[in-house]
Design a protein around this ligand. Structure first.
Ligand SMILES: Cc1cc2nc3c(=O)[nH]c(=O)nc-3n(C[C@H](O)[C@H](O)[C@H](O)COP(=O)(O)OP(=O)(O)OC[C@H]3O[C@@H](n4cnc5c(N)ncnc54)[C@H](O)[C@@H]3O)c2cc1C
Length: 367
C-alpha cells in the first residue's frame, strides 16, 4: 500500500484537514483517517474567535502563531468559499473586554505588539452595543478581531479535500497504533488494517496523547471539556463580541449568538450538563439582559486538546523517524490553525519555516 510520497494524517479536525489541504499540492498522496466523521469534535464545538481570549496572557510562541493566522484568515476563507461554495464566514466584529483586572498589561502588550487595542469609555460601548448589560465600568476594544463560523470552516475544508484527486479521506476508521521498523514509523494500524506511508502526522486533538502512549511516550495533552450555548436573534442584535469574567458572546452574521464557555477536567466525557446550561444562561443574561427572553437553541460540549501553556506541539518526533505532531492547541486551535499547519508543512518539506519553529519542537517537551 506504500507509495513514495504518501502521507498519512491521523485525525480530521481543523488541524488535520488544513494540514492535508496545505500538503496536497506537494506530495503524491495524502490519506486522512478519522475515527468518526471529520470535523465533528473540538473544531466543530468551538466558538471560533480568531484571537486568543486574552492574548496578552500568552507566550510569544502562541502570539507568533496567532498573528500570522489572523492576517491569513480572510484569504483562506475566500479561497475556500470560491472553490467549494461553502463560506467559512469570517466575521470581523471587534471584541470588547469588560472590567479586566489586567487592563494595563493588555495595553502594554498591545503597544509592544502593535495591535490596535485601546481603552474606551463605557458610554462608547453602550452606544456601540446597546444590548450590553448595566454595571460595567471599564472596557478595552480591538476593532479587527473576527470570528469564523467553525462548523462551516471544517465543512468547507472537507469539500475542498474531497475535490482533490490525490487526497483520500477514510471516516469511521479508528487508528489504534503505529507500524514500526526499529526507529522508523512506517504507518498506522487501524480497525480496517494497516495504512502505510512515508510520513505520519498525528493531528488527533485531545486524543493525541492516547495514541502516543502506544509508543511508550507521555505527551502532555489532555482533554479539557468546554460547554457552549446558542441563541438565535435578529441579524443586527449584537454588533460586536463582548467578554466579561471569562465568558463571552459571539455574534454570527445571521444573528446566531454563541455564549461560552466552561473549562472542565472530566476526562473524555463530553456530555452537556444542566449545571453548565444554567451557569452559561446566567452569564449570557448578565452580559446581555435581553437574552433572558430568547430561547436557547443549542447546547453542546467539546474537548479541547489541553497542553502546557497552550503551546502546541508542531514538528518531527526525535527517535521516531517519519512521525510528526501537530496537536495540543488547547483553547486556540481555530485561530492558530493556519500558521500551525503551514509551519508543519514547511518543516516536513524542508522549506524555510514561516516562523521560528523551536518553541513548538515536540522532542524537547515529551517525556
Ligand atoms: C467550547 C469550546 C470553545 C472554543 N473556542 C475557541 C475559539 O473561540 N477560538 C479558537 O481558536 N479555539 C477555540 N476552541 C479550541 C479549538 O476548538 C481547538 O483547539 C481545535 O478545534 C483543535 O483542533 P484539532 O483538529 O486539534 O482537534 P479536533 O477538532 O478535536 O479533531 C481531532 C480529530 O481526531 C480524531 N481522532 C481522535 N482519535 C483518533 C483516532 N484514534 N483515530 C482516528 N481519528 C482520531 C477525532 O475524531 C477528531 O475528528 C474552543 C474549543 C471548545 C471546546
Amino acid at each position: 500500500m506504500t507509495k513514495p510520497g504518501q502521507v498519512v494524517i491521523v485525525g480530521g479536525g481543523v488541524i488535520g484537514l488544513l494540514t492535508a489541504f496545505n500538503l496536497a499540492a506537494h506530495v503524491e498522496q495524502v490519506v486522512l483517517l478519522d475515527r468518526s466523521a471529520v470535523g465533528q469534535e473540538s473544531s466543530w464545538a468551538g466558538g471560533g474567535i480568531v484571537s486568543p481570549l486574552y492574548p496578552w496572557r500568552y507566550s510569544q510562541a502562541v502570539t507568533a502563531l496567532a498573528h500570522w493566522s489572523q492576517d491569513f484568515y480572510p484569504q483562506l476563507a475566500e479561497r475556500l468559499f470560491k472553490s467549494t461554495g461553502v463560506d467559512p464566514e469570517v466575521h470581523t466584529t471587534g471584541l470588547y473586554w469588560l472590567d479586566l483586572d489586567d487592563e494595563a498589561q493588555a495595553l502594554q502588550w498591545a503597544a509592544r505588539e502593535q495591535r490596535p487595542l485601546s481603552s474606551v469609555s463605557i458610554d462608547t460601548v453602550q452606544q456601540a452595543v446597546p444590548v450590553l448589560g448595566e454595571g460595567y465600568s471599564r472596557a478595552i476594544y480591538m476593532a479587527n478581531v473576527a470570528n469564523v463560523r467553525n462548523p462551516r470552516l471544517v465543512k468547507s475544508l472537507k469539500a475542498a479535500l474531497v475535490a482533490l484527486p490525490n487526497v483520500t479521506i477514510h471516516e469511521q476508521c479508528e487508528v489504534q497504533g503505529f507500524v514500526r521498523d526499529g526507529d522508523t514509523v512506517l504507518g498506522v494500524t487501524t480497525i480496517d488494517g494497516d495504512v502505510l506511508g512515508d510520513q505520519v502526522i498525528l493531528t488527533a486533538g485531545a486524543w493525541s496523547g492516547e495514541l502516543l502512549k502506544t509508543l511508550g511516550l507521555e505527551l502532555p495533552v489532555e482533554p479539557v471539556k468546554g460547554q457552549m450555548i446558542l441563541y438565535k436573534c435578529a441579524a443586527d442584535f449584537l454588533p460586536s463580541m463582548v467578554l466579561a469574567k471569562g465568558r463571552y458572546a459571539i455574534p454570527r452574521r445571521d444573528g446566531h449568538i454563541l455564549v461560552g464557555s466552561t473549562l472542565e477536567h472530566e476526562g473524555f466525557d463530553k456530555t452537556p450538563t444542566d449545571a453548565a446550561l444554567e451557569s452559561l444562561k446566567a452569564s449570557a443574561v448578565e452580559l446581555i439582559p435581553a437574552l433572558a427572553d430568547a430561547e436557547v437553541v443549542g447546547h453542546w460540549a467539546g474537548l479541547r486538546p489541553g497542553s502546557p501553556d497552550g503551546i502546541p506541539f508542531i514538528g518531527p518526533l526525535a527517535g521516531f523517524e517519519g512521525l510528526w505532531l501537530n496537536c495540543g492547541h488547547y483553547r486556540n486551535g481555530l485561530v492558530l490553525a493556519p500558521a500551525s499547519c503551514q509551519l508543519l508543512v514547511d518543516l516536513l518539506l524542508g522549506r524555510e519555516p514561516i516562523i521560528d519553529a523551536r518553541p513548538y519542537n515536540p522532542s524537547s517537551r515529551i517525556l
